[in-house]
Design a protein around this ligand. Structure first.
Ligand code: SAH
Length: 226
C-alpha cells in the first residue's frame, strides 16, 4: 500500500531512530523553519506518536500521511512554517481548527499558555485527546465542533490557526480574533493549490499577507459521522 518512494525520499530503515529524528530536524531547517522556539517544540513532540498503522514507519519523513477518517497529518515543514508564521507568545490563548492527529496542537501547546483545538470528527478528537493525556499536555483541550463557527464560549483568541482550506476566511473566526491578534489559514478552492495567508487584526480592520502556496483538505460544514 505504501509503494516505493521516489529516490532519496524513503527513510532508510537501517538508520537508527536518533539519526532519523536528526534528519527530520535538518529537513525542517532546510525548508525555512528557523525559529528556535518552534524547532525546540518540534524536537520535543514525537511525530511518531501521532501516526498509526502502516504509515508509522514514515513518521519522520517530511511528507503528509493518512490518518483516521480519511484525513491527513500535515507535512512537518508546513506545520513548522505555519507555527512560525503565527508568532505565538507564551501568554497566548490559541484556537486551532482541524485537530486531525493532534500533532499541530501538541506543538502549539509547547509555545502557548492555552490551546483549544476542534475537529468535526469525534473519533479524531478522542484519539488526539488520548495522546495529549498520555503526554501530560494539560494546557490543550480537544473538542468536537464545526470550527468554521470558531469557539464562541472561549473567544476571543490571541491566535487562530486553521489547518483546513476555506474559500475565504470564515467571518466568525475573524470576529473571534483579539485586536492585535493573528490568524494563519489556507484559502482557496479545495481541489486547487491554496494560498497560506496571515490575517492580523488592527485597530481599524484587518491586514492580509500572502505567505506561500499550500495544499490542505477542505474545511467542511457540519460534524462527521464517526
Ligand atoms: N492539524 C492536523 C491536520 C489537519 S487535517 C494535524 O496536525 O494532524 C484537517 C482537519 O480539519 C481534518 O481532521 C478535518 O476533519 C478537519 N476539518 C475540516 N473541516 C472542519 C470543520 N468545519 N471544523 C472542524 N474541523 C474541520
Amino acid at each position: 500500500m505504501t509503494g516505493p518512494a521516489a529516490e532519496g525520499e524513503e527513510d532508510d530503515p537501517a538508520a537508527g531512530l536518533a539519526e532519523r529524528k536528526m534528519r527530520f530536524l535538518f529537513a525542517l531547517r532546510s525548508h525555512g523553519v528557523t525559529d528556535a522556539r518552534v524547532l525546540t517544540a518540534m524536537e520535543r513532540v514525537d511525530r511518531g506518536l501521532f501516526v498509526r498503522g502502516v504509515f508509522s514507519g514514515r513518521a519522520y519523513e517530511d511528507m503528509p500521511l493518512p490518518i483516521s477518517c480519511g484525513q491527513t497529518i500535515s507535512q512537518p515543514s508546513v506545520v513548522g512554517l505555519m507555527t512560525q508564521a503565527l508568532r505565538v507568545g507564551h501568554r497566548d490563548t490559541v484556537l486551532e481548527v482541524g485537530t486531525g492527529s493532534g500533532y499541530q496542537a501538541a506543538i502549539l501547546s509547547q509555545l502557548a499558555r492555552r490551546v483549544y483545538t476542534v475537529d468535526r470528527w469525534r473519533r479524531l478528537v478522542r484519539e488526539a485527546g488520548d495522546i495529549f493525556r498520555s503526554l501530560g499536555l494539560v494546557n490543550v483541550t480537544a473538542m468536537t465542533a464545526d470550527g468554521s463557527f470558531g469557539l464562541p464560549d472561549q473567544a476571543p483568541f490571541d491566535r487562530i490557526l486553521v489547518t483546513a482550506a476555506a474559500e475565504d476566511p470564515p467571518g466568525p473566526l475573524m470576529a473571534q480574533l483579539k485586536p492585535g491578534g493573528i490568524m494563519v489559514l489556507p484559502v482557496g478552492q479545495s481541489d486547487h493549490v491554496q494560498q497560506l495567508i496571515r490575517v492580523t487584526r488592527t485597530e481599524n480592520g484587518f491586514d492580509y499577507e500572502e505567505l506561500r502556496p499550500v495544499r490542505f483538505v477542505p474545511l467542511v460544514e457540519g460534524l462527521g459521522n464517526e
